[in-house]
Design a protein around this ligand. Structure first.
Ligand SMILES: Nc1ncnc2c1ncn2[C@@H]1O[C@H](COP(=O)(O)OS(=O)(=O)O)[C@@H](OP(=O)(O)O)[C@H]1O
Ligand SMILES: Nc1ncnc2c1ncn2[C@@H]1O[C@H](COP(=O)(O)OP(=O)(O)O)[C@@H](O)[C@H]1O
Length: 213
């Protein structure tokens, strides 16, 4: 039987330098901050502010932004359900590698479906570690606000029927049932980017990801 199209007969290769060594070198613990929310909810804004804040504190992070990855790694994928699922799976796998490298990986994707987000969480869980490695941040920004921002003009096109299957308009967004951090408006005002980033940094600090004992 042909195995040309399957990853069979492959073996895991161990290396002398491991994750613990890399973490010691960096004085931080590798993990994934996964930011989910509607288009225009502020995912990229938080991702950049968080990366900047971590950088200022001497912590190494890397942003995996859905939009950016669709220019390269995921350029073959569209927005139908199975493409989004594959997009999220691939980004989850890449994020896992970054976390293994010892980095604080910030994945910023709409990731609208609960099933795929849960699969990423499971993929990033490790029985050897009590502490989870994926930390979900839900940008709970109302659709009306995202649409009023319409930074890229995509909501307008979706409402006009010129983009089909746009999240929140004619494609679903399933809010997380479980998330570590939820960012929402307070008294009708969105927190400033630095404040949102500060909330995530404080969380990572309390959980012990910003140093190695
Ligand atoms: N149909 C449709 N629905 C939603 N978004 C669309 C669509 N078509 C293009 N775009 C643009 O693609 C960006 C979302 O890509 P993601 O990889 O994050 O999407 S997903 O997680 O696979 O659902 C998204 O970026 P953000 O606005 O930063 O979220 C849009 O710019
Ligand atoms: N906390 C915030 N307060 C005010 N405006 C914001 C905030 N976060 C994002 N924005 C603005 O909303 C728009 C969409 O933000 P963006 O980060 O690109 O969202 P997403 O990555 O989820 O599509 C941008 O014009 C951005 O400047």
């Amino acid at each position: 039987m042909s195995t040309l199209n399957n990853s069979t007969n492959v073996f895991w290769q161990e290396c002398q330098v491991g994750k613990v060594d890399r973490q010691k070198l960096l004085n931080q613990k590798g993990c994934v901050v996964w930011i989910t929310g509607l288009s225009g909810s502020g995912k990229s804004t938080l991702a950049c502010a968080l990366s900047r804040e971590l950088h200022c504190r001497g912590k190494l992070s890397y942003v995996l932004d859905g939009d950016n990855l669709r220019h390269g790694l995921n350029k073959d994928l569209g927005f139908k359900a199975e493409d989004r699922a594959e997009n999220i799976r691939r980004v989850g796998e890449v994020a896992k590698l970054f976390a293994d490298a010892g980095l604080i990986c910030i994945a910023s994707l709409i990731s609208p479906y609960r099933k795929e987000r849960d699969a990423c969480r499971a993929m990033l869980s490790d029985a050897n570690f009590i502490e989870a490695r994926l930390h979900m941040v839900f940008m709970n920004t109302p659709l009306e606000l995202c649409e009023s921002r319409d930074a890229k003009g995509l909501y307008k096109l979706a409402r006009a029927g010129k983009i089909k299957g746009f999240t929140g308009i004619d494609d679903p967004y399933e809010p997380p049932e479980k998330c570590e951090i939820e960012i929402e408006q307070e008294n009708g005002v969105c927190p400033m980017p630095a404040a949102m980033a500060g909330q995530v940094v404080s969380y990572l600090e309390v959980k012990g990801f910003l140093q190695v004992q």
